[in-house]
Design a protein around this ligand. Structure first.
Ligand SMILES: Nc1ncnc2c1ncn2[C@@H]1O[C@H](COP(=O)(O)OP(=O)(O)OP(=O)(O)O)[C@@H](O)[C@H]1O
Length: 326
């Protein structure tokens, strides 16, 4: 379990992380998101002990990172693998040598290294690349080598810093599927730092959103998405839809057997018409969610709000001239 409590981190007079607290349970995949420069990588580096902090605590399985001596920290880091956007491989060396590197540093016997590298090549689908120099691999293959290398010491935790940002969409999907498989089959806790909500949607169980050095959203991906807080909107805002007139609500609900006719049923049961300004469907791991922005008759506003509540629909009234993310 990773537990961060009231963590504060600054570089000189620049406060980066302010009073950060959260817990990540073993075996979860947690997305750490936020705008560029908000401190995501710094937070990862605090978790793996590469960065010190001014106050607060970072504990992993009950061990406070800042209490460890340098030697203890080195040994402790075996338990935490890390992969990066630009792979950090030694390009002139072979796939085998890159993966074997951490084990050689720990003086693991040659036979054990050979067996482990083979096992990891199989896991990552790289068996035929064993003797290829990594400079001759594609981006996706390089990231597979980096993942294999990060797993050599059987870590319980894998930290991924923008691991798919340099990859095309298809390769990104493959790498995310590989991470999901590793999480499920090896019970490894994964923290994924990303700008891309699509990454969160595809593999994360939980999400933590940072803004101005603070945690502004934290929870199960479905719950956070259903809440659709202004902070989440500020982060994902892409194209904007300006709300110019009427009485407008953003509503979101999970697609399931009980509500596949929700929109038409609502009109019939409330004996009222409404217009749809915007609609979208998004998939989060196994679940799909529908979002609508609807314009409703003002006289029926309380009926609609009661109806949303009764049907477990998350809702938020939009203000006129408010810019809505679509
Ligand atoms: N060693 C350092 N010394 C001084 N300032 C630093 C150092 N490392 C990071 N920073 C600053 O801390 C802030 C947060 O950086 P960080 O890399 O953690 O953000 P990030 O959210 O990961 O950004 P991005 O998404 O662009 O990678 C930035 O303003 C950065 O310039």
């Amino acid at each position: 379990m990773i537990k961060i409590n009231q963590l504060n981190k600054s570089f000189g007079t620049l406060n980066i992380l302010n009073d950060i607290s959260f817990t990540i349970e073993r075996g979860r995949i947690c997305g750490l998101v936020g705008k560029s420069g908000v401190g995501k990588s710094t937070l990862l580096r605090c978790i793996n002990g590469l960065e010190s902090y001014q106050s607060g605590s970072v504990t992993i399985n009950g061990v406070e990172i800042s209490s460890l001596s340098k030697k203890e920290l080195n040994s402790f880091r075996k338990n935490i693998g890390m992969i990066f956007q630009h792979f950090s491989l030694i390009d002139r060396k072979t796939v085998y040598d890159n993966i074997a590197l951490p084990m050689r540093c720990w003086n693991i016997p040659k036979k054990e290294i050979q067996a482990r590298v083979k096992e990891l090549l199989k896991l990552t689908g790289l068996e035929d690349k064993i003797n290829v120099k990594t400079r001759n691999l594609s981006g996706g293959q390089k990231q597979r080598v980096a993942i294999a290398r990060a797993l050599t010491m059987n870590p319980e935790i894998l930290l991924c810093d923008e691991a798919t940002s340099a990859l095309d969409p298809k390769t990104t999907k493959d790498i995310l599927n590989l991470l999901k498989m590793i999480n499920e089959s090896l019970d490894i806790t994964i923290i994924v730092v990303t700008h891309q909500m699509s990454v969160v949607r595809q593999i994360c169980d939980d999400v933590i959103l940072l803004e101005d050095g603070h945690v502004v959203e934290n929870g199960h991906v479905d719950e956070v998405f259903m809440r659709y807080s202004p902070a989440l909107e500020r982060f994902v805002g892409v194209d904007e839809l300006e709300i110019k007139s009427g009485c407008n609500y953003r509503i979101t609900f999970k697609q399931d057997i009980n509500n596949n006719d929700f929109m038409s049923r609502m009109g019939v049961e409330l004996k009222s018409v409404y217009s749809i300004i915007y609609s979208s469907t998004e998939q989060f791991k196994e679940n799909k969610y529908d979002t609508y922005i609807i314009d409703i008759p003002e006289a029926f506003e309380s009926d609609f709000v009661n109806y949303f509540r009764q049907n477990n629909v998350s809702y938020r009234k939009l203000l006129l001239n408010e810019k809505e993310e679509t």
